[in-house]
Design a protein around this ligand. Structure first.
Ligand code: PEP
Length: 256
């Protein structure tokens, strides 16, 4: 019942010109998204307007931002509001990515405020959670991730569950070329879904997509996406090339 979501996190790559080139490359390969798969690209803020125009030609490929502020507007130099994102047709926003937690001081509390703001203003949050290598070695990974899920969802009602996306991204697998094994990913995704069932209901948890992120590439996507609780991917490096991104889309489509 859950459709695969294949999402590209472009991070601090691709200004407006490169954004046009990459999206035209994607369009040349796939045309529109295959019917069974949802697609998403999350370029840097400066490129969202360009991307929004390019995406008019690609059905099923949605637009998302990589961050948003939790206030409406005002004296927050360098920040961007939910209203600004929806004005340029953003449907999703990535929140709490480990790079934002690590380099920009984001905490479960700030992520939670942003999740509520995004949902209230009609954006679907892609909430990133994941443990460090030290936490995994100390066998604290489940507890850590459970706390991040609970912390991000304070004040979020069951009615909003179908608009939530969770991305499980073990920090040790992001940008390292090292991937969680499919069994490791499934174990964590299942635990996250159980937590969502506790917080809401089994029915609501069954609707929430849980993406895997951490060096997902065309060569390992199939075995990860085959796992029952892996509902797609949040893809960094491999989303920056039209061929590798569309290869993963095709793999998801074949498995649908
Ligand atoms: C990410 O940044 O969310 C990510 C998963 O990156 P990569 O695919 O490059 O590991």
């Amino acid at each position: 019942m859950r459709r695969f979501l294949i999402a590209g996190n472009w991070k601090m790559n691709c200004g407006p010109k490169e954004t046009s080139t990459l999206l035209q490359g994607i369009e040349n390969i796939i045309g529109n998204m295959p019917k069974a798969v949802d697609g998403l690209v999350c370029p840097p803020t400066i490129s969202l307007t360009t991307a929004s125009v390019e995406l008019q030609d690609i059905d099923g490929l949605a637009l998302g931002a990589q961050n948003v502020h939790s206030e409406d507007n005002g004296a927050y130099t360098g920040e961007v509001s939910t209203e600004m994102l929806t004005e340029v047709n953003c449907e999703y926003v990535i929140l709490g990515h480990s790079e934002r937690r690590q380099y920009f001081g984001e905490t479960d509390k700030t992520v939670n405020a942003k999740v509520n703001k995004a949902l209230n203003d009609g954006l679907k949050p892609v909430i990133c959670v994941g443990e460090s290598l030290e936490q995994r070695k100390a066998n604290e990974h489940k507890l850590r991730v459970k706390k991040q899920v609970q912390g991000a969802l304070i004040g979020v009602e069951e009615d909003d569950a179908s608009n939530l996306v969770i991305a499980y991204e073990p920090i040790w697998a992001i940008g390292t070329g090292e991937t969680a094994t499919p069994d490791q990913a499934q174990e964590m995704h299942k635990m996250i879904r159980e937590e969502l069932s506790e917080l809401y209901s089994e029915e609501a948890a069954a609707k929430i997509r849980i993406l895997y992120g951490g060096s997902m590439k065309p060569h390992n996507a199939e075995e990860l996406l085959q796992k029952p609780d892996v509902d797609g991917g949040l893809i960094g490096g491999a989303s920056l090339k039209a061929d590798s991104f569309t290869d993963i889309i095709h793999i998801a489509n074949e498995l649908s």
